[in-house]
Write a protein that binds this ligand. Sequence first.
Ligand code: CA
Length: 244
Amino acid sequence: MVSKPRILVVEDESGIADTIQYVLETDGFAPVWCSTAEEALRQFAAAPPALAILDVGLPDLNGFELFRRLQALPGGPQVPMLFLTARVAEIDRVVGLELGADDYIAKPFSPRELVARVRTILRRAGAGQGPGGAPQATGASAAPMPLEVDAERMQIRYYGQPLDLSRYEYGLLRLFVQRPGRVFSRDELLSLVWDKSSDSFDRTVDAHIKTLRHKLKAVAPRVDPIRTLRGTGYALHEDLPAVP
Ligand code: CA
């Protein structure tokens, strides 16, 4: 018997929690609902789940503090965590402070998107176990990624074709490929891809994304693999078509 991955859902609004539980159950997960941080800490301590979804605005403790406390529990650092947030300022905090959370979903969210995100995170967590680690049975069908990074040659292939990228275009795309679906703010991209000393601004990122998109489009005119999240940043689409 394959046990269903247990997902901790920490959300004080029962309506939202119901929706999340419903879509998770439908997709073969075993959600455990906690309406307070205290309950979440107790559930987590009893048995660490496969993944935890944390609402930022909880009645007894904010989601960030809860995240820190969960991480401090035995097995905590191994559990992927996803924030649920309604406010742009909170999103900035999740993305900008590099709390180490795996992702976030902005409210209002699409339940399908939430489940897709959960699946991707668990797939990554399974893949990250190393050669000896068995992939986790999440019922996910891992689509082949049409972007392949050859770090030694500093080259990226897209649908089998090598891309002719500038240094920063390469840096951006490599970062996206490492974390499909993960949203990166412009500030974050600047600090992760650009040299500290270089004179760069938000618009520098936008300009490089634009040229990068142009090169990707030349290979696959009908696919736009980079998502723009207005006012937030950029992310790579998780489910790219297998053929362009
Ligand atoms: Ca709330």
